[in-house]
Write a protein that binds this ligand. Sequence first.
Ligand SMILES: C[S@@+](CC[C@H](N)C(=O)[O-])C[C@H]1O[C@@H](n2cnc3c(N)ncnc32)[C@H](O)[C@@H]1O
Length: 380
Amino acid sequence: MQFNLVCPCHFGLEAVLKREIADLGLEITRVEDGRVFFRGDESAIARANMFLRTTERVLMVVGEFTATTYDELFENTKALDWPELMPQDANFYITKASSVKSKLFSPSDIQRIMGKAVVESMKRKYRLDYFPKSGAEYPIRTTINRDLVTVTIDTSGESLHKRGYRKMVAKAPISETLAAAIIMLTPWKRDRLLVDPFCGSGTFPIEAALMGANIAPGIARSFAGEKLAFIPKATWQQARTEAKDLVIADAGMTLQGYDIDADVLTAARANAKLAGVDKYIHFQQRDMRDLSSQKQYGFIITNPPYGERLEEKEALPALYKAMGEAFGRLQNWSYFFITSYEDAQKYFGRKADKNRKIYNGMIKTYLYEYYGPKPPRQQG
Ligand SMILES: C[S@@+](CC[C@H](N)C(=O)[O-])C[C@H]1O[C@@H](n2cnc3c(N)ncnc32)[C@H](O)[C@@H]1O
């Protein structure tokens, strides 16, 4: 069976997610701010959950319609073929709806009306007055954008940024999906040295190691969709087997993570071990000011402090100035840093070759990109 599917992403990273979906061999049907629509069968749902690194969830579109009144919302939701998708004992529930620039905007009213409409639709086939909801979960997610209602069933469950490896968190960790997307925006490949001088809980080096060793982000977790009646269990098993077969046992990478705080490095090491990539990453306590390397053509991908606390904010000009000096000492390196600090470039002391606006939730951040030369081709 063919399904319409949609994956959300950070605003500004639609192109990265689109490329990831296309690389899975799936047909893109529409790209909007913060989400990419595509088509595929049951295996597409399982593979998207297993392999996509830059989305939070894979949603199966049950229907789309325009609604400007609650009556329209009720009738159109009821008209969707819920009994085709959900068995009699399905534990269906409507999660909090999000609404942007639309007439209907009260999440609790949307939830309530849609809940009633789904029950009415289910009654058509199952002829019950009361649904026990004792079976598998069917989380129904709705977005309303300029009065266009998109109704979906969530096939991921726990958000996909939860790969299962980050049990210990540092102060201001970057999300795994955002870190993966940033790495994909750079030309980094596993044959190039990668350093994160502000590594915190290790998200950048760990995500890079997963990519370099071809380890699927979902390999160690389960998905809500594994319990859905319309996707055979074997389909999930196939995706998991495919993921295991693709892992490169010895990817031969050099990744380094540094941080001034010894405690966060304990977390970083534990996380890398859980992710199965500790052999690729060297973590060490070091002040960024002492960064040095004999090597050329390395990469820095990092998110420096951006002033979450007041005393940190006051230290930012000196910190970014020191960063400019330290990075500048490295020969022929490329560096990429994401920060919401407005004066980052000014104090860093060099204008970025490119900068990109990315929304991290509601926070506007910039990815500053500085490109070094490519290494000369090996003669041989
Ligand atoms: C925004 S956090 C990075 C979070 C990290 N990307 C993660 O996912 O956990 C910034 C990090 O910079 C570290 N830091 C602050 N000043 C530093 C310095 N001078 N040298 C090295 N690390 C520093 C902090 O300890 C903190 O872990």
